[in-house]
Design a protein around this ligand. Structure first.
Ligand code: B1M
Length: 177
């Protein structure tokens, strides 16, 4: 349902926005419709039977309000046995740092949907580094404009193009394959 219908439909909405055929209110309507679908699918996505295997903190970086993809990633991670702490959207580097200090997760996942907010991922990695926490967590990044090459350039440990890939990659990064 997500891969064959909802996600392609969202891409179509994005293209129409780029072409000036629809505007922010229509994008919001599309986002609400998708959230409605996700709410219905949630119990099915979470069915897995896996035991808790570690804690992961996720969030959308500073300045960025997009959360549908991040929420899906969170659900897939939960479905794969992780305890997920979701910091929400517009998460400043200092908030990621405080959450890592408090919860001591195995992995931090960051989402960015805007080219203008992608640098926020690097700023967060730098802040974790400065706080002496970079060595204690793996970092995975994603979001429509984020690429594997970008992830490598900014010093992340991993990148995943979609929610299913994020769950698989998180397990691999933590040696749980
Ligand atoms: Co926005 N928006 N938006 N928007 N919006 C995009 C991203 C855009 C590409 C549309 C376009 O122009 N074609 C464009 C960005 C252009 C750019 O940066 N180059 C854009 C813009 C410009 C804007 C505003 C600036 C518009 C304005 O106000 N003028 C504004 C910015 C607000 C802000 O954040 N500060 C804005 C606002 C909004 C809404 C609020 C209206 C709404 C978001 C609602 C919400 O999220 N609650 C919205 C929407 C819906 C979109 C599009 C249409 C759809 C995004 C989406 O939900 N996709 C989007 C167009 C597009 O992406 N084609 C667009 C479905 C979702 C399942 O996919 O998020 O990519 P995605 O997540 C995937 C993967 O990327 C991956 O897994 C997910 C599941 O498969 N993934 C990860 C995501 N995070 C991951 C993390 C991981 C691993 C994988 O590891 C941790």
């Amino acid at each position: 349902i997500l891969n064959d219908a909802c996600i392609p439909a969202m891409s179509e909405v994005g293209c129409m926005f780029e072409e000036g055929q629809v505007f922010v209110p229509e994008m919001l309507i599309a986002a609400r419709a998708m959230q409605g679908v996700v709410d219905i699918l949630r119990p099915h996505l979470l069915k897995s039977g896996a035991k808790p295997v570690g804690t992961i903190i996720i969030g959308t970086v500073a300045g960025d309000m997009h959360d549908i993809g991040k929420n899906l990633v969170g659900m897939m991670l939960e479905g794969n046995g992780f305890a997920v702490i979701d910091l929400g959207v517009d998460v400043a580097p200092a908030k990621f740092v405080a959450a890592v200090q408090e919860h001591q997760p195995a992995l931090v996942g960051m989402s960015a949907l805007l080219t203008t907010t992608m640098p926020g991922i690097k700023l967060t990695i730098d802040a974790l580094d400065k706080a002496g926490l970079r060595g204690s967590v793996k970092i995975m990044v994603g979001g429509a404009p984020v690429t594997e090459e970008f992830a490598r350039t900014i010093g992340a440990d991993g990148f995943a193009p979609d929610a299913g890939g994020a769950a698989r990659h998180a397990r691999a990064l933590l040696g749980l394959t």
